[in-house]
Design a protein. Structure first.
Length: 293
């Protein structure tokens, strides 16, 4: 199965369809609702949370189908799952549209599996309403089997391809304690992001006209895009890959699709050298500018 999914990641046969669907999702007039669907308010993608409702109700309905006297309960659970599937799918498509192509290929089959499951469960619900109990049970079992395939592909997306994961989470684990020199202050032109290294971690340095210097981890928490190649907008930096917007002062994710903030650094100037220190929970000095040592 793993070899098959790996081949799916590299298969370009559906790329034209993917581009069309992605364009439609991006063109949808969701406004600020797009960040809600991404889960920016929650701190991680909301889609995996939302899918628990249809999955849980459909699995529970399958258990009730094995017991006598629970026809109405099983039908009700299937109906609840069908209602919950719509918002879950909307959140999933919103996330999917901002993924790399390899993940979108797997995600398209994941979505097709889930849509097939929804169709089977809708047919099961209608059959039960008509009194065709055994037909409804058979369609429900088929739907559960198909949704299991979709769930396996969703797990591949989340855990093997790291879709929705925080791609900057590693930074606090590899940046050493204390201050680190990143270069002479004169090496950083005003208003232009510059990439530097702190140990093995890439950082983005932005020097403002008033003298303040901001430093963030360079790799975007959404999909590791290079923030140092992005645009500076009103005290924020916009990722060039998928448009996430981070506040320079503290790395806060102002707009999605990123759901996690960007690791940020305190700064100081020693002589003419710029030094940075990773800002950790509980640290004092949340200021935006470089301090003189």
């Amino acid at each position: 199965m793993l070899r098959g999914v790996d081949r799916l990641e590299r298969w370009p046969g559906a790329d034209r369809l993917i581009d069309a669907v992605r364009g439609a999702v991006h063109a949808a007039p969701l406004g600020r609702g797009r960040d809600v669907l991404h889960g920016r308010w929650l701190g991680h993608p909301v889609h995996p949370l939302m899918v628990q409702v249809p999955l849980g109700t459909w699995l529970s309905a399958a258990v009730l189908d094995l017991l006598p006297g629970h026809r109405r309960g099983a039908r009700t659970l299937i109906g609840v799952g069908l209602v919950a599937a719509g918002p879950s799918a909307l959140a999933g498509w919103t996330d999917w549209a901002d993924l790399p192509k390899e993940q979108q290929r797997v995600g398209l089959v994941h979505a097709a599996s889930n849509l097939t499951a929804v169709a089977l469960y809708a047919s099961s619900y209608l059959a039960r309403r008509r009194g065709q109990v055994w037909r409804g049970k058979a369609l429900g079992l088929a739907g559960l089997s198909v949704v299991a395939v979709g769930g396996a592909l969703g797990g591949h997306l989340a855990y093997r391809q790291a879709a929705g994961a925080n791609h900057a989470e590693y930074v606090p684990h590899v940046v050493g304690e204390g201050w680190h020199e990143v270069g002479a202050l004169a090496e950083f032109p005003v208003g232009r992001p510059v990439r530097r290294l702190v140990g093995e971690v890439e950082v983005m340095v932005v020097r403002e006209e008033g003298g303040a210097v901001h430093v963030l981890a360079d790799r975007c928490s959404h999909m590791a895009g290079p923030l140092s190649e992005g645009d500076i907008e009103d005290g924020c930096v916009r990722c060039p890959w998928h448009g996430s917007l981070f506040r320079l002062a503290d790395g806060w994710n102002v707009e999605g699709p990123a759901t996690a903030p960007q690791p940020s650094f305190d700064t100081r100037v020693t002589g003419d050298r710029l030094e940075v220190r990773l800002r950790r929970p509980g640290d004092e000095g949340r200021g935006a500018g470089a301090e003189a040592a």
